[in-house]
Design a protein around this ligand. Structure first.
Ligand SMILES: Cc1ncc(COP(=O)(O)O)c(C=O)c1O
Length: 421
C-alpha cells in the first residue's frame, strides 16, 4: 500500500526500532474503536497510550474544539489570558487537593514533570536554602525529557544518557508491608532533601505495578516531617483512572505539586499542567526577577486544548460517565477474582479502571519475548492491548461497553489457556 511505503520512508515512530513492525493506518475512530481504511474495527483496550477517556472522536469534545477554533485558536500566554484557561483553572482547582492554589501550563506529561521538578528546586533556592537531594522510587517512569529521565528508572531507554542525568536517590518499589522501602526512605530523608517524586499507587510504564496506599502514607508522613516538597505524578493516574478523580484522593497527605496530562483533554490535544500548593507559590508570589519562574512553552495553555479539557471535565463528572467508571472497576474486580489462582500468572490486580497481570515467563521485563506474542494474538482478534513486557494490562476508554469488556476478558482467558498447553 502506497501510504504504508511513504510512512515507512518518511516517518520515525516512537518506542521501537526503525526496522520494527509496520504500523497500521487508522482512518477514523468511533467510541472505543479505531477503524482502518478497509473498515477493520479495532477495540482500543489501552485508550491509545492512556489518553483517550471518552472514546475516539467524541462529538461533545470535537464540537467544543471546533467552536473554540472559530473564536481564538492561540494567544501568547505571557501578558495575555483567555476564558477557556480561566474556566479550566476553576474546574481543576475544584477537584484538586484543597492546598493547591495555582496552575502552570505546559505541553505534555514530561513537561508537566519538568515544571514540577524545576519548581521544587527553585522553591528552596528562593528561600535561600540550598537543599539538593531528590528521591524517587525504583522502576519509576516520568517521561523522556532530561529531568524526567533523571528521576526515573535507569534502563534500556535511558542508557545512552545515564552519565548526563542528575543524581537521584532511589528507594525500593514498595512490596509486601513496605518495611524495606520505608526504612530506606527514612535513612535518606533529611534537612537536605529537596523533593520526593512518585507515581501514586500505580507505577505505569514499569508494568502497571499497583502498591499499597498505607505504605505511601507512611512515606509521605516522613517527607512531611522534613518539609520535603512532594511531587505526585498523576499523568497516568489522574481523571478517575484509579476510581477517584486523582489517585492522591486515596491518601492522607496533600502533595505540594501535582503533574497532570494524558486524560486531561480527553485524549484530543496535548497539554500538561502542574498544580502548585499555597506553600510553594508563596515563595514565588512577588515581583522580584531573581525569584521568578523563568519557564514557558510556545503553546502554553492553548485555548483549543483548554476547551477540550473543559468539555472532557463536564463529561467526566456526568452521571453516565461515573456509572461507566464503576461498571469497569467492578468488572475488573470480578475478573481478578476469577483469575486469581490461574497458574499462568504471577499476579493479577486492579485499581479502578486499570487491570494488570504479570505472566509467568522465562524472560521477564520490558523486552520479554512473550510481549510480541501477546500483542499479535490480541490484534489478530481486533483488540489493541500493548503489553509491557510480560505484563498484560487493560486501560479502556470509559465508553467501552460491558460486552466489549467481557470479550477482552474472554480473549485473555483463552490466551492463558493456550499458553498452558
Ligand atoms: C506517570 C507518567 N508520567 C509522565 C509521563 C510522560 O508523559 P508524556 O508521554 O505525555 O510526555 C508518562 C507517560 O507515559 C507517565 O506514565
Amino acid at each position: 500500500m502506497i501510504w504504508q511505503e511513504t510512512d515507512n520512508q518518511n516517518i520515525w515512530h516512537p518506542f521501537g526500532p526503525i526496522q520494527g513492525r509496520e504500523p497500521l493506518i487508522i482512518e477514523r475512530g468511533e467510541g472505543a474503536y479505531l477503524i482502518t481504511p478497509d473498515g477493520r474495527e479495532i477495540l482500543d483496550g489501552v485508550s491509545s497510550w492512556w489518553v483517550n477517556l471518552h472514546g475516539h472522536a467524541n462529538p461533545i469534545i470535537a464540537k467544543a474544539i471546533a467552536d473554540q477554533a472559530q473564536k481564538l485558536e492561540q494567544v501568547i500566554f505571557a501578558g495575555f489570558t483567555h476564558k477557556p484557561a480561566i474556566h479550566l483553572s476553576e474546574n481543576l482547582l475544584s477537584v484538586l487537593p484543597s492546598n493547591q492554589s495555582k496552575l502552570f501550563f505546559s505541553d505534555d506529561g514530561s513537561t508537566s514533570v519538568e515544571v514540577a521538578l524545576k519548581l521544587a528546586i527553585q522553591y528552596w533556592h528562593n528561600r535561600g536554602e540550598e537543599r539538593s537531594k531528590i528521591i524517587a522510587i525504583e522502576g519509576a517512569y516520568h517521561g523522556d525529557t532530561f529531568g524526567a529521565m533523571s528521576v526515573a528508572d535507569r534502563n534500556l531507554f535511558s542508557e545512552p544518557f545515564d552519565s548526563r542525568l542528575f543524581e537521584v536517590h532511589f528507594i525500593p518499589f514498595p512490596e509486601g508491608d513496605g518495611a524495606n522501602t520505608i526504612e530506606e526512605f527514612e535513612k535518606l530523608c533529611d534537612e537536605n532533601t529537596a523533593a520526593f517524586i512518585f507515581e501514586p499507587l500505580v507505577q505505569g510504564a514499569a508494568g502497571m505495578r499497583i502498591y499499597n496506599k498505607s505504605i505511601l502514607n507512611q512515606l509521605l508522613k516522613i517527607a512531611d516531617d522534613y518539609k520535603v516538597v512532594t511531587i505526585v505524578d498523576e499523568v497516568m493516574t489522574g481523571f478517575y483512572r484509579t476510581g477517584k478523580f486523582f489517585a492522591t484522593d486515596y491518601l492522607d497527605y496533600q502533595p505540594e505539586l501535582v503533574s497532570m496530562s494524558k486524560g486531561l483533554t480527553g485524549g484530543f490535544l496535548p497539554m500538561g499542567i502542574t498544580s502548585a500548593s499555597e506553600r510553594l507559590v508563596r515563595e514565588f508570589d512577588n515581583n522580584e526577577l531573581n525569584k521568578t519562574f523563568w519557564h514557558g512553552h510556545s503553546y502554553t495553555a492553548n485555548p483549543l486544548a483548554c476547551a477540550a479539557a473543559n468539555a472532557s471535565f463536564e463529561i467526566l463528572t456526568s452521571k453516565a460517565c461515573q456509572s461507566q467508571i464503576k461498571m469497569i472497576s467492578d468488572a475488573h474486580v470480578d475478573f481478578v477474582e476469577r483469575m486469581n489462582s490461574n497458574d499462568q500468572l504471577n499476579q493479577i490486580n486492579s485499581i479502578g479502571t486499570i487491570l494488570s497481570m504479570s505472566l509467568k515467563t522465562e524472560d521477564s521485563g520490558y523486552t520479554s519475548s512473550i510481549r510480541d506474542r501477546m500483542y499479535d494474538y490480541f490484534l489478530d482478534r481486533n483488540i489493541l492491548l500493548r503489553p509491557l513486557g510480560n505484563v498484560l494490562y487493560i486501560l479502556p476508554p470509559y465508553v467501552i461497553s460491558q460486552n466489549d469488556l467481557i470479550r477482552v476478558y474472554e480473549e485473555i482467558a483463552k490466551f492463558l489457556g493456550r499458553e498452558n498447553k
